[in-house]
Design a protein around this ligand. Sequence first.
Ligand code: ADP
Ligand code: MG
Length: 255
Amino acid sequence: SPGTEFVLECRDVGKRFGGLVAVRGVDVSIRKGEIFAIIGPNGAGKSTLFNLISGTVKPDSGTVALAGNSINALRPHAIAKAGIARTFQLIRLFSAVTVLENVLVGADLRIAVNPVLTALGLPGARRADMQAIAVADAALSFCGIAHLAPLLAGSLSYGDQRRVEIARALAAAPKVLLLDEPAAGMNPTERKMLGELVRKIRVTGVTVVIVEHDVNLVMGIADAVLVLERGAVIAYGKPETVQRDRRVIEAYLGR
Ligand code: ADP
Ligand code: MG
């Protein structure tokens, strides 16, 4: 069950693109070990908020903090190393290489292979490679897709590709996992498995932040729900409470 410590905090975070305010002074406090859902209509700023947290977009105002430390000044790679892993709304796998090789990208981040050893082909490098492969295999097994390891990522179904992205993110041993619409393109069976996988990830102590359009999926698994509309928070709280909020029903659920 969720602890009381906040692992991720956004304080008055804002981002505009030209004249458009994509994220408007958002405050979010996410507890360690919780499943935290972000919902809202298209264009509400959900993906931009993820980009602000993972550092690919820098805020115009406010602070993003991981375990109490501001990560505003860090580059995306450093933020990933600090413990924030993510998947993307539009799948970003290397389709022409194997699933295992895709997941190794995440595992390498965790093992931090010494590039000099690798270049020289020294034993230390091989050991690190073996370790990275073991981590990647473990991440694939955890996600229930070990059997896909030798296949080309581009040959997989949409739902399987989404799970490979989750395995790659987990291979980096994150503190926080950001999932941007992980159920998009999944059939009902895959959605159910995804819900189970997210719960299983939470059991390991990883905090999961999930942007999702499938409100039923989200309400069934989330400890807390944040609702964004036009870049601003319109509701925040337990799923039961948020679901009954009149503004939420008008802005989102009722559509
Ligand atoms: P959501 O994920 O909730 O659908 P987004 O965060 O993708 O919303 O987008 C929020 C708003 O910001 C949208 O109006 C979108 O068009 C705009 N936006 C997002 N990224 C950019 C960008 N890089 N440049 C310009 N506008 C952007
Ligand atoms: Mg989005």
